[in-house]
Design a protein around this ligand. Structure first.
Ligand code: UD1
Length: 363
């Protein structure tokens, strides 16, 4: 029997691990010797950011919760490393799987490798080149100590090869976040805001903002929101507010006609809204992948992306963080001239199975 740690810590991790757990269960039923141990670091801890995802995606309760909670980058990193090291010293595993690019990803990868536990990185290899984002530091540090890379795109494969990783360590498997989306498309659930605002299909915008660059400065956030509302031409703008953003929004006391804020939504409710929106305006990375798969126009308020395929193949456009740049993109949207986009290779709902098939051989 081989024990494989599966690490999850923050909201965008949960949809990435759900299909991997399903694939492990299926393999076990067919006689596989691989056993997973689910470790929640507790980076995100409340119902809105964590609990509802476990419930809706049928993720079993974690075997271990490190309960690190909120803190600065260094506090969270240190807390997770201390907690996970204790776990490994008590019972060493045969492999540590980390997903995505959050603090938990990096902290556990380093801790495992220092105790000679090999590391596999799901969504390895992607790069924005923007060192001001904590996620980019997490990606680079994680990949520096990763043995096996399970990648989502040719861009990722190329980045890894360019940094000297040999082909035998790179496994292009597709996107487990998209496995989850495709599996749940028929289960999406209308959120209460739909009736409260009397939303109509393809007649409203969804906005999400949580990057420190966009939301930590009150003036920036205000400027961005004003530009979005003005650009929306009186269509409703629905804004599920991330806790980080909520703090500043409260201080600003912004209440504009047409802006409807909600708590962070559950997975099924959020994607219901996205699927039926005219367009999404966001600074998230994962959402640009989901809009690409659902064929929904996506406007990204960042200067760079680590997910280039959402722009070169999908429905995403990089607008930058200057709100004045929004207008030409919205003009194109309202003129009905947004690109149609297509599915990136291997985003077919089978990534997690490919990962577990590889692990049968590797571990
Ligand atoms: C983290 C990830 C980011 C991911 C985002 C999704 C890192 C470096 N960043 O950023 O990649 O896109 O999650 O949400 O790992 N909070 C709550 N409830 C919670 C969790 C957090 O209220 O369950 C509050 C915290 O107290 C903190 C703020 O939200 O004030 C930010 O949380 P934190 O985990 O530090 O980073 P995120 O900005 O969420």
């Amino acid at each position: 029997m081989k024990i494989i740690d599966l690490i999850a810590g923050a909201r965008p991790n949960f949809m990435k691990i759900a299909p991997i757990i399903d694939a492990f269960k299926k393999a076990r039923n067919s006689g596989s010797q691989l056993r997973y141990r689910l470790i929640h670091t507790g980076q995100h801890y409340d119902r809105n950011m964590s609990g509802s995802f476990f419930e809706q995606l049928g993720i079993p309760d974690p075997d271990i919760n490190l309960e690190v909670g909120s803190g600065t980058q260094a506090e969270q990193t240190a807390g997770i490393m201390l907690g996970y090291e204790r776990v490994l010293l008590a019972q060493k595993s045969d492999l540590c799987i980390v997903v995505g690019d959050v603090t938990s990803t990096m902290a556990c990868a380093i801790t495992a490798q220092k105790l000679h536990v090999p590391v596999a990185h799901v969504e390895g290899g992607i790069r924005s080149g923007d060192w001001t984002m904590p996620e980019e530091i997490n990606r680079m540090a994680t990949d520096a100590v990763t043995n096996w890379f399970f990648t989502t795109s040719e861009f990722a494969n190329e980045n890894l090869r360019n940094s000297g990783v040999s082909n035998e360590r790179i496994f292009f498997v597709g996107n487990t976040m998209i496995d989850t989306l495709l599996k749940n498309l028929t289960r999406l659930k209308k959120p209460p805001v739909w009736d409260q605002v009397a939303l109509k299909e393809k007649n409203y915008f969804v906005v999400t903002l949580h990057r420190p660059n966009n939301v930590d400065e009150e003036e920036n956030l205000k400027h961005l929101l004003e530009a979005i509302i003005q650009g929306a031409r009186e269509l409703p703008v629905v804004f599920p507010v991330h806790p980080r953003t909520a703090k500043n929004l409260e201080k600003m006391g912004i209440s504009q006609n047409g802006l409807y804020t909600t708590e962070p939504l559950s997975y099924l409710e959020f994607n219901y809204l996205v699927q039926k929106a005219l367009a999404v305006i966001t600074d998230s990375g994962g959402i640009t992948e989901e809009t690409t798969v659902m064929g929904v126009p996506c406007i990204t308020l960042r200067d760079t992306t680590e997910r280039s395929e959402t722009v070169t193949i999908g429905t995403n456009e990089l607008v930058g963080t200057n709100p004045d740049k929004l207008k030409p993109f919205l003009d194109r949207l309202f003129a009905g001239k947004w690109k149609k986009g297509a599915l990136p290779p291997l985003w077919d709902g089978k990534a997690a199975k490919r990962i577990v098939d590889h692990l049968e051989r590797l571990v």
